[in-house]
Design a protein. Structure first.
Length: 275
């Protein structure tokens, strides 16, 4: 029997706990609300309250900034490369580790998870040190490699969770019927992993798109959108455009997260999944 929060017989939380929860959510999202409001403000240089008026001209001004468009395109390219790399590496790692027990398995799992578990500054310094030891100049590809290191974790966790809920008997049945490894993966395993891979991909893309700490150490002269946004904070006259860009980043990273949640909702009931 499952817990259903919409059931009339389910006990409700006391009013004070509900109030505290709503207050906590409002406190966390209040800065985001303010940035969104000031993106439409008519004021040109600094913040003031109440808002001076409503305008859309800052959105037009942002769309005409060539440096902004270049930063957006660079972030999209890097996020796509990091996501595709993570899909391949994370899926392969999950397939190798989810079922078999062998010496060193826990150590390998720890190594896979470390890039996202450690503070970003530690990961960034480690990557920069590795690139310097290898005499690799920082730039486009070092950013993509750095982002892929923590995007792999997202794909790996999603795929492992799905594989653990999948019945291995389906794979055995496929092999018994004469399918080779590739056919089994394509026709049996991949359909079960499809939504988890897609959810992991959109999460990885969102993480890469707005990553700034690791990017700062691996970017060299390249300027991704988050770095562009950080540099704009020291320019008071560009505050309205900065607010518009910040609002856009929040929307672009929130929508994939909601999509990933929707795709993975109820996936424990996938046909053939083990209970």
């Amino acid at each position: 029997m499952r817990f259903n929060p919409t059931d009339a017989n389910t006990p409700r939380a006391p009013w004070w706990l509900t109030t505290l929860a709503i207050g906590g959510i409002f406190f966390l999202h209040f800065p985001i609300i303010m940035v969104a409001l000031y993106a439409f403000n008519t004021e040109e240089s600094a913040f003031s309250f109440p808002l001076q008026g409503f305008t859309l001209r800052w959105f037009i001004a942002a769309s005409e900034r060539s440096d902004l468009l270049d930063a957006v395109w660079l972030s999209i390219q890097i996020a796509l490369i990091a996501t595709v790399s993570a899909l391949v590496l994370g899926t392969m790692a999950a397939a190798a580790l989810y079922r078999r027990n062998f010496f060193g398995k826990e150590a390998i799992t720890l190594v896979l998870i470390l890039p996202i578990a450690l503070p970003g500054i530690v990961t960034g310094i480690a990557l920069l040190s590795a690139f310097r030891l290898a005499d690799v100049e920082t730039g486009f590809w070092t950013i993509a490699i750095g982002h892929a290191t923590f995007c792999v974790v997202v794909i790996y966790n999603n795929v492992v969770a799905r594989l653990r809920r999948s019945a291995y008997s389906l794979i055995e049945a496929s092999m018994d019927l004469g399918a080779d490894g590739w056919q089994t993966f394509r026709y049996v395993l991949l359909p079960q992993l499809a939504t988890s891979l897609l959810a992991g991909a959109v999460l990885a893309f969102a993480l890469s798109f707005d990553e700034i700490i690791v990017t700062t150490f691996t970017a060299g002269q390249q300027q991704t959108l988050p770095i562009w946004l950080l540099n704009q904070l020291g320019r008071p006259r560009d505050v309205p455009v900065t607010n518009v860009v910040a609002l856009g980043i929040m929307l672009l990273t929130t929508l994939p997260i909601l999509l990933a949640w929707r795709l993975t909702q109820g996936t424990e009931d996938t046909a053939g999944a083990s209970k």
